[in-house]
Design a protein around this ligand. Structure first.
Ligand code: DGL
Length: 246
């Protein structure tokens, strides 16, 4: 089926998922929506996030998307149940990859970096209870990181100070895995690697999500087998200067 796959996020973070999807499925057309005017979602009330997701899903359906990827952990946490209950199109969501981290941790200590909204969600708590009951989880809200990523400051002094502050306690507690529970955070992987060296294995769920997109497309007989050259369209709700000049 030649219709596109829709991706959305509060901003550019979901591009980490989009890129993994496009690598695995190079024949698929895509439409990406960045809700930049309403970014960040992290500290917003769930109802407000649901309303934004409904607006975006309607937009993506007007663009004939055959499957929609909520390429945002915070949006998934607040809205995926509502979206699945109200729309017929298949959805793929994101949740912090606590399961593989807990399975592979040798020290039994795992760090999770996510937004406050994601930590509050049912999905995260269920996954943690189901798959990580036997490991120590260190939860760290990544306050300020989304704003820095949107401003292109992923290698700045400010980012370095924040990440040092967030990651050092995990290292001190003996964590050997770090779960990136927000799709903006892979943009900081070079900086995180500089801070943690080889002491932390970083888990970015994007490749696993790409495989899930492929399976769901196959299951619904929606894969594009036309052999056409893939088209990629990008939309945003607006320009948002989140970082004020000091
Ligand atoms: N990329 C979003 C996520 O995965 C960022 C949330 C935000 O806008 O605060 O959670």
């Amino acid at each position: 089926m030649t219709a596109p796959i829709g991706f959305f996020d509060s901003g550019i973070g979901g591009l980490s998922v989009w890129r993994a999807g496009v690598r695995l499925l190079p024949g698929e057309h895509t439409v990406y929506y960045a809700d930049s005017a309403y970014c960040p979602y992290g500290a917003k009330e769930p109802d407000e996030i649901v309303a934004r997701c409904v607006f975006i899903v309607d937009f993506l359906l007007q663009h004939h998307c055959k499957l929609i990827v909520a390429a945002c952990n915070t949006a998934t946490s607040a809205a995926i149940d509502y979206l699945r209950a109200h729309y017929a199109v298949p959805f793929v969501g994101m949740e912090p990859a606590v399961k593989p981290a807990a399975l592979h941790s040798l020290s039994g200590v795992v760090g999770v970096l996510a937004t406050r909204g994601t930590f509050k969600g049912r999905l995260y708590h269920e996954t943690r209870a189901q798959f990580a009951a036997d490991v120590q989880i260190i939860e760290q809200p990544g306050d300020g990181l989304v704003e820095l990523a949107e401003a292109g400051q992923t290698n700045s002094q400010q980012a370095s100070l924040l990440l040092q502050q967030y990651i050092q306690p995990m290292l001190d507690a003996g964590a050997d895995h770090l779960v990136l529970g927000c799709t903006h955070y892979p943009l900081f992987i070079p900086l995180i690697t500089r801070i943690a060296g080889h002491r932390l294995t970083i888990i970015d769920p994007a490749p696993a999500v790409a495989h899930q997109i492929k399976s769901l497309l196959a299951e619904h007989h929606l894969l594009n087998t036309s052999g056409e050259r893939a088209r990629h369209e990008f939309f945003s709700s607006g320009k948002h200067g989140m970082l004020k000049d000091e």
